[in-house]
Design a protein around this ligand. Sequence first.
Ligand code: CP
Length: 309
Amino acid sequence: MNEFYQQDIISIKDYTKEKLEKIFTFTDKIMNLDPISRREICKGKTLGYLFYEPSTRTRLSFDSAMASVGGSSLGISNIESSSTQKGESLADTVKIMSIYSDALILRHTLDGSSRFAAEISDKPVINAGSGTEEHPTQAIQDLFTIKKEKKKIDGLKIGIVGDLKYGRTVYSLLHGLGNYDVDVRLISPESLKIRTDSVYEIKKKLDFTEATNVEDHIDELDVLYVTRIQKERFPDEEEYLKVKGSYVVGLDLLKQMKSDSIILHPLPRIDEISTDVDNTPNAKYFEQAEYGKHTRAALLGLTLNENGF
Ligand code: CP
């Protein structure tokens, strides 16, 4: 039996290098399939989605991924229009969604929400973003993008810049990178450094250095991973205003980068990458969003087929 069959996807910490590489192999396979064969993979299966926070890419890439492998999707993208408004609990909502679906994706404001849902659901649960904790399928997409665009992950110098305190994609990416031999620089304002409660666990697998000035590192990096300052997670708007616009990647900064370096961003972008960078060969964030559709299609195919595809 395929080891991913009927398994929840809750944390990237559950993924070894071997497992990640297997997912990448299946993603390559799915990308090379003709559309008709691809539509056989999840034919007749239904994906349920439940989003307690806004999303464009994660929800729509899962939706598009499921359609591309022949399945369908249904769910709640706007919690205001659901019976949650009448007081229905997350547990009951998950139970109901599990009745209507073969797998369930959940985005929620709370850390631990997906693990909780997985305990309730008798169908596989995929974490589509839980609080400030994790976004595992984003990390799989990010690692796949690096591998496709740089032809390797081991040996790279990777700078992660922006909001490292509240950005859940950063935590999943760091745990994912812990499977590889990489040199990681974490660059942020002092107040948005990586949370101290996570440092100990991440340091067990990954060596990183911390800095505040991106220009001190930019000429060495192979990958610059830019993140948005997560305004919605600041307890105090004054604190947000102090760090707003701390880093803006523009053509001036790009000139200092290696010619073959790549710029990634999980998106949405606000103002941290200027739009004139978009058309440079270094900008790979829209390709990254496209790879997200294929990595998620591979994950759905593996989760819903006993013998893989
Ligand atoms: N990267 C990401 O999670 O984007 P969305 O919030 O639009 O889903």
